[in-house]
Every structure is written in C-alpha cells, then in structure tokens.
Design a protein around this ligand. Structure first.
Ligand SMILES: [Zn+2]
Length: 279
C-alpha cells in the first residue's frame, strides 16, 4: 500500500441508505479510500451479504476493516463471558475475512479492579486462544486491540504494543484521540512522533507500513474520554499528527470517528495531501 488511506468508522451519513454497500459507494463518490464496518452492536451480516460487500469493495476500490462488538471483555471474571467475548472476536474475523478486510479492531478488556499486570496476563491468554483458533481456520485477518480512552479500560500503548510483539497475528489499532484523552498531552508533533518512533523500534518498519489509526476530536476529563467531537470543535492537533505520519512515512488506513464522519475524514485527507504538496 502506498501512503495513507482515509475513511469513516461506519457508513457515511450522506450515503443513500445505512447499509454497508451504500457506505462503500458513498466512500468512493467522496474520493475517500477506506471504511470500517461497525459491528459494534453485534455481527449481523451473513455469508451471502459478506460476499456482496467484498464484491462492492473491489469494484469501487474501497479498503475495508471491521470493528468488533463492544460487548467484549477478555478479563471478565465469569468463564461464560470470556467464551462469549472470544466468540464475538471470531465471528467478526470470519465475516471480515469474507468481506475481504485485512484487519479487525476491538476493545479488549476492562481491568475490573485487577492490577494491570494480572489483566495483561489474562487478556494475553484468552486472546492467544482466539489466535490459535483463527490459525486453524487459516484466517489471516489481523486482530487489532485498540488504544483505549479511559483509565478503567485495558489498552495503553504499552499493553497493545506488548500484545502485538508477543502474539502472532496481533497488531495495534492506534487511536490517537483516545490516547490524548487518557494520557493528557500527547497532542503535539513531538509526542505523536514519539509514538511512531516506538512503533518502529518495537514492532519494526513493517508495522509503520501497515498502520491502523483512529482519529477524531475528543472531549475528556479526569476519567479520560467523555465523547467524540468534530475535529474543529476540539483541541486535537490533527495537522501536527498528519505531519508526523508524513515524516515517518506511515502507510495504512486512517479511520475518522468524529460525529460528522465523512466531513472530518475529508478534512484529514485534504490536509494530509496539502502537506505532501508543500514537500
Ligand atoms: Zn473502538
């Protein structure tokens, strides 16, 4: 893949219908490059539907990814909730693969008062089981735990980078807005660059060549993320982020999760292209 593709988390608001195929068509009309299918309330797409989606994505040249259901906690204290969480990741990966997607994104866990080190071990064990199953199925979709915006959620940079180095087939979804909301700061060129440097040093140049990024404006407080905002209504320094991504020659996809979806996706794309023209 050359450079970065920009798109929306879910079907653009201006699509003819809320369906995935309408979303793909609209992404292409808008001149955007990718879309994340939001299976956040459950995977309701069947195999036949997935084949149609794959066909539409190929026809329109739109790269797809998928977001797994929110109801996942690989650190749940009840075994049945762990099993259900694993099943939701598997279902998402199976359908995503049929859709021709390369990656799925998910929210891995909550600490539930457990120490972070213990949570990490538990999440790694349960995610490892999922990865083994996918390997058996010959499913090569990358499984991407997302950087999370609240301190109650498992998903710091370190945790996600560690899982990515320790488990084959696991890679990060770097949500820069979440990390800004959670860590405070991380809203300037040197700070964005420091994250990209870590990706390169810890995961290798190949990881910078296949990035999966979430961006939006964000409101936050003591407990981290409050809600997503449109970029221009927020303090998020997206131009500095795009400059850092350009300077590190990051490639891959940037999914915009602002409430205005495609408007901010286009703003990001236009800004990024202008930085390239400026040299
Ligand atoms: Zn997410």
């Amino acid at each position: 893949m050359t450079g970065l593709l920009f798109g929306t988390g879910g079907t653009p608001h201006s699509a003819k219908t809320p369906s995935t195929i309408s979303g793909i068509e609209r992404i292409a009309e808008l001149g955007l490059g990718c879309m994340e299918m939001e299976f956040v309330q459950g995977v309701r797409m069947g195999e036949a539907g997935a084949h149609q989606v794959a066909e539409a994505a190929t026809r329109h040249g739109v790269k797809l990814s998928a977001h797994a259901p929110y109801f996942i906690n690989l650190n749940a204290h009840e075994p049945e909730k762990i099993a259900a969480s694993q099943e939701r990741i598997l279902q998402t990966a199976r359908i995503a693969s049929l859709c021709g997607a390369d990656s799925i994104v998910f929210h891995a866990a909550y600490y539930l008062g457990d120490p972070p080190e213990k949570t990490y071990r538990v999440v790694k064990k349960h995610l490892g089981e999922v990865m083994n199953q996918l390997k058996q199925e010959n499913n090569r979709v990358l499984i991407r735990p997302e950087i999370q915006g609240k301190p109650s959620q498992f998903g710091t940079l370190d945790e996600v980078f560690n899982l990515s180095t320790e488990l084959e087939g696991v890679a990060p979804c770097i949500d820069f807005a979440h990390w800004h909301a959670r860590a405070g700061g991380f809203n300037s060129y040197p700070e964005f660059a420091s994250i990209l440097k870590q990706v390169k040093e810890r995961l290798g140049r190949a990881a910078l060549d296949d990035m999966h990024i979430h961006v939006s404006g964000i409101a936050y407080g003591k407990k981290g993320e409050i809600k997503h905002l449109d970029l221009k209504e927020s303090d998020f320094q997206y131009v500095e982020l795009l400059q850092a991504l350009k300077d590190y020659e990051a490639k891959g996809i940037v999914i915009c999760e602002s409430p205005n979806l495609e408007e901010d996706a286009q703003l990001l794309q236009t800004t990024y292209n202008a930085l390239h023209k400026a040299g």
